[in-house]
Design a protein around this ligand. Structure first.
Ligand code: SF4
Length: 309
């Protein structure tokens, strides 16, 4: 069988090892070198160009259905649990907590739950909204496991590496948010970041009020492609008397977008995290669809005020 194998950035170091194992079983194997950050980004074009029979995607669970033979191989990582006793000091004022984690540590969720329950906490495990597939699991774009139980808990606990995943959940919840990073041996509340990102969002909306032309970003990645939303936004922008263009890429290169100087602002329809995490990489404001709607409504109010005065 001809197989293309694909790994996210953190696991690319293991690609050759897996390729050799599959070759020893009689397969012809290719390794995708393209950047990858999720199962929303399957190497389908490469797979089709190479004419392989199957794509094996390591490190993530299925994101959306595609018309190609894809095998998902999630990667479990056993993170040390030594920080749990110390985390109780941080959680002493909260009796009901939610626990969220990434797909790599889902197999440890039950142990985490047992630990906190045996320490006297009530633990609630939320359900994702749909892109993530397991209770307690969060993705950068599916924070349902935290947001769906925000009203039922006193605090949220994220267990895992990095700030990317808990940041999305933080911005969609209101309760105190504790991050336990077992690999960095760090425990901290990240609530202060909520205000920072809210300020950034307001700044982008205000900076877009004078925009006359807006670029609508559409990704061709399997799980990020949203041409329908782009069409709706284009219509709304044009109805507001502004000019709009749909710009398309697989992975957006921010230097290239910065060269598109005819646009005064951009709105993102691809991975929702782009309008949160990458705004500082663009010289022009980079809005989410919601932020764009705020801009259009404020522009309308301003022009009505001008007409009245
Ligand atoms: S957050 Fe973005 S990169 Fe990650 S799975 Fe969702 S769409 Fe893909």
């Amino acid at each position: 069988m001809k197989i293309l194998i694909q790994f996210p950035e953190g696991l690319k170091q293991k690609a050759l090892n897996h390729a050799k194992k599959l070759e020893s079983e009689g397969n012809e194997v290719f390794i995708s070198a393209s950047p990858n950050f999720g199962a929303c980004d399957l190497a389908l074009d490469e797979a089709k160009n190479l004419g392989v029979d199957k794509l094996i995607h390591y490190g993530h669970a299925e994101f959306n259905r595609v018309d190609f033979d894809v095998e998902y191989v999630p990667y479990e990582i056993d993170a040390p649990l030594d920080l749990l006793p110390k985390s109780l000091e941080y959680l002493k004022d909260f009796s009901t907590i939610s626990i969220v984690t990434t797909v790599q540590h889902l197999h440890q969720l039950e142990k985490l739950k047992e630990f906190y329950e045996s320490s006297g906490k009530k633990v609630v495990i939320g359900k994702p909204y749909g892109f993530a597939k397991h209770q307690g699991q969060i993705l950068g774009c599916d924070i349902g496991s935290a947001a769906s139980v925000d009203g039922k808990v006193d605090a949220h606990v994220y267990f895992g590496g990095g700030i990317f995943h808990p940041l999305g959940a933080l911005l969609s919840t209101k309760k105190p948010f504790l991050v336990i990073e077992p690999f960095d041996n760090k425990i901290e509340f990240i609530d202060a970041m909520r205000e920072k990102y809210q300020r950034m969002s307001k700044g982008k909306v205000l900076a877009s009020l004078e925009a006359r032309s807006i670029g609508i970003m559409v990704s061709t990645k399997n799980g990020q492609h949203n041409l329908k939303l782009a069409g709706i936004l284009k219509k709304k922008i044009e109805e507001s008397g502004l000019s709009a263009g749909i710009i398309v890429s697989n992975t957006f290169d921010f230097d290239s977008i910065n060269n598109m100087m005819e646009f005064d602002a951009f709105v993102n329809t691809a991975c929702p995290r782009i309008a949160i995490d990458d705004t500082e990489r663009l010289r022009k404001p980079l809005l989410s669809a919601n932020e764009l709607m705020q801009v259009l409504s404020m522009k309308k109010e301003l022009s009505q005020m001008r007409e009245r005065s």
